[in-house]
Design a protein around this ligand. Structure first.
Ligand code: ZN
Length: 149
């Protein structure tokens, strides 16, 4: 059976905290939020946090056009190669506007992050509660990326 994971990531892809602060925040989540398991991980460089399933549709946030997924994949490869996702801006083929890939309209929310808290099998509104708690604690907005794997 597929397991449900909700990941909480800050809206700033390069946002990092010290190890102790991250672990204390995970402890606070474990006390206040109901889930089978709550973990935290941090990386030196932003990683793409995806929704687990197929990304069948990604749209431009400026004009709403559906992106060619091969084009998107090629840009992702190049961004990773050139900057390890530190630089996420790209000129869009649809409307010529500059867009940050962290703000693309993915079919289900995805994002880039160095810091991720993961709730395994959260109950009820646990994902939202966790996002609120982390946003308040760190003073930066956290959002949910949900995946079934
Ligand atoms: Zn566009």
């Amino acid at each position: 059976m597929a397991e449900r994971f909700v990941k909480l990531i800050p809206c700033l892809p390069t946002y990092r905290v010290n190890v102790k602060a991250a672990e204390q925040a995970a402890e606070a989540l474990r006390r206040l939020v109901r889930a089978e398991e709550i973990t935290v991980r941090q990386t030196e460089r932003p990683e793409f946090v995806d929704c687990g399933g197929a990304l069948t549709e990604i749209r431009c946030p400026k004009c709403g056009a559906a992106l060619d997924l091969d084009w998107w994949g090629g840009v992702m490869d190049r961004m990773y190669r050139e900057s390890h996702f530190f630089l996420l801006e790209e000129t869009m083929p649809c409307c010529g506007k500059t867009v940050n890939f962290n703000n693309l309209r993915y079919v289900r929310p995805c994002g880039f992050s160095c810091l991720e808290f993961t709730l395994r099998e959260p109950e009820g509104e646990a994902g939202k509660e966790a996002a609120d708690l982390l946003s308040e604690r760190f003073g930066v907005l956290f959002r949910q990326v949900e995946a079934r794997v």
